[in-house]
Design a protein around this ligand. Structure first.
Ligand code: UD1
Ligand code: UDP
Length: 437
């Protein structure tokens, strides 16, 4: 049988995390597919962290990242690089993920060469052109180019159909981030970063994990988020804030200037995915503007406060595990305080829900690709949103998790017994020190 060549294009940390399970799944069909992994490296070190964890060696690395790059510059460098690679490799299908510049340009480059496109995580919408910017328009454009739209949920499928995408192109697969999360939960090995190993989790300590990086958050919203953290730290003596700081200078300057001098604000470099997942499991509460974190936290039973004005991920809000609170400083202080002070309110949000996937999304993506290329007679059955409360790998772990943490000496605190039995023997990665001030 002649192998079909599938080109997988990605460039940033979240795309890499969500495409890693797809790459692994394609490798399970060596007689049918040869895969060609192309990274634009729109992100450099944050991408490399993920490549190392999932042991992916790209076939092409365009290495386009520059400090403080503009959208236009990323677009131009990615387009010319991807066009060269596509001209040379002539893939049968190109797969892109999400709504970054790399995904948009990957789909555009394939379209220019009349190569079919599959879009992993299709159909997410806020219907607000500038929010998130430029991601809302990027994903609309990718869905326009796509021959295969892999919608993670029924909500995203409905958005595609409402926007005129023919039903024959749309498949509900679940989100591949849950596949990645499952894999990483099983690999967990205690924190590799010394700064995290020194932290204590569990009562009386209260721990808030914060991430923020979106363009809409730059400037006053970022300042408001940080000021809210400052106020909370001043009034709650048992609170600690852990903030892995994105490498974007717009984030770093604001965060380190407002929070850099506070003892109980633990500012770190971007964490590798293993550390980050264990951190999510260890904290009490998460405040974020991240898309991926909004999807992962509900599967881990962690309440999420979303510091944005709108979200394209309404499923967790509907399930009651996340809440959209905007970026007003006093609202953030109130929302965090409410959850930390009111146990009933906390319990209402802290149940494990998993509207985003069942750990088999990449399997469905690859089955759809097989069907599209005439290698399978039928499409797979769709992901049924709401099936199973948590990711399958976590079901096994959750009953043995203590409700109160002990001390943090063994990393993902309070989870030591559950996680240590799943050690994979993975080597500890080099660690980053605390954020330089
Ligand atoms: C991009 C995506 C956004 C996604 C985010 C994930 C677009 C338009 N936006 O935004 O959807 O949520 O990635 O994090 O594609 N930098 C480094 N090293 C790195 C990564 C970034 O130094 O490994 C710094 C560089 O100065 C770079 C800047 O961060 O210029 C911004 O990176 P860029 O990819 O342009 O935008 P993000 O804000 O990261
Ligand atoms: N993440 C990580 N290390 C960190 C922060 C986040 O590995 O220090 C992971 C997180 O678990 C999620 C993804 O990165 O899977 C989200 O990336 P980001 O927030 O940068 O982008 P978005 O999802 O908003 O596009």
């Amino acid at each position: 049988m002649q192998q079909r060549k599938i080109m997988i294009v990605f460039g940033t940390r979240p795309e890499a995390i969500k495409m890693a399970p797809v790459v692994a799944e394609l490798c399970k069909h060596p007689t049918e597919f040869s895969s060609c992994v192309v990274v634009t490296a729109q992100h450099r070190s944050m991408l490399d962290q993920v490549l190392e964890i999932f042991q992916i060696t790209p076939d092409y690395d365009l290495n386009i990242m520059r400090p403080r790059q503009s959208l236009a510059a990323v677009t131009v460098r990615a387009l010319s690089g991807l066009d060269r690679v596509m001209r040379r490799e002539k893939p049968d299908l190109v797969l892109v993920q999400g709504d970054t510049t790399t995904s948009f340009v990957g789909a555009l480059a394939a379209f220019y060469r009349k190569i079919p496109v599959g879009h992993v995580e299709a159909g997410l919408r806020t219907h607000d052109k500038y929010n998130p910017f430029p991601e809302e328009i990027n994903r609309c454009l990718v869905d326009t180019f796509a021959d295969l739209c892999f919608a993670p949920t029924l909500t995203s499928r409905d958005a595609l159909l409402a926007g005129g995408t023919p039903e024959s192109r749309v498949f509900v697969t679940g989100n591949t981030v849950i596949d990645a999360l499952n894999e990483v939960v099983l690999k967990a090995r205690g924190f590799s970063l010394p700064a995290l190993r020194q932290l204590q989790f569990g009562p009386p300590r209260e721990t808030l994990l914060v991430t923020a990086h979106r363009r809409e958050s730059f400037g006053p919203p970022m300042v408001a988020i940080c000021k809210a953290m400052r106020e909370l730290l001043a009034t709650r003596r048992n609170l600690q804030v852990v903030f892995p700081v994105h490498l974007n200078p717009n984030v770093r300057i604001a965060v380190s200037s407002i929070l850099g001098d506070l003892d109980r604000a633990c500012l770190t470099e971007p964490l590798d995915y293993l550390d980050f997942v264990q951190l999510m499991q260890s904290v009490d509460l998460i405040l974020t503007d991240s898309g991926g974190v909004q999807e992962e936290a509900p599967a881990l039973g962690k309440p999420v406060l979303v510091c944005r004005e709108t979200t394209e991920r309404p499923e967790a809000v509907a399930a009651g595990t996340s809440r959209l609170i905007g970026t007003d400083s006093s609202n953030i202080v109130s929302a965090v305080s409410l959850l930390l002070d009111d146990r009933a309110e906390y319990a209402r949000m802290a149940h494990a829900e998993n509207p985003y996937g069942d750990g088999r999304a990449s399997e469905r993506v690859v089955e759809c690709v097989r069907h599209f290329l005439g290698l399978a007679p039928a499409r797979p059955a769709p992901f049924q949103t709401g099936l199973g409360p948590v990711a399958p790998a976590l079901v096994e772990l959750m009953p043995v998790l203590p409700t109160n943490g002990s001390n943090g000496s063994n990393g993902a605190n309070g989870h030591k017994s559950a996680l240590s039995k799943n050690r994979s023997g993975l080597q500890s990665k080099p660690t980053f020190g605390p954020l330089s001030r």
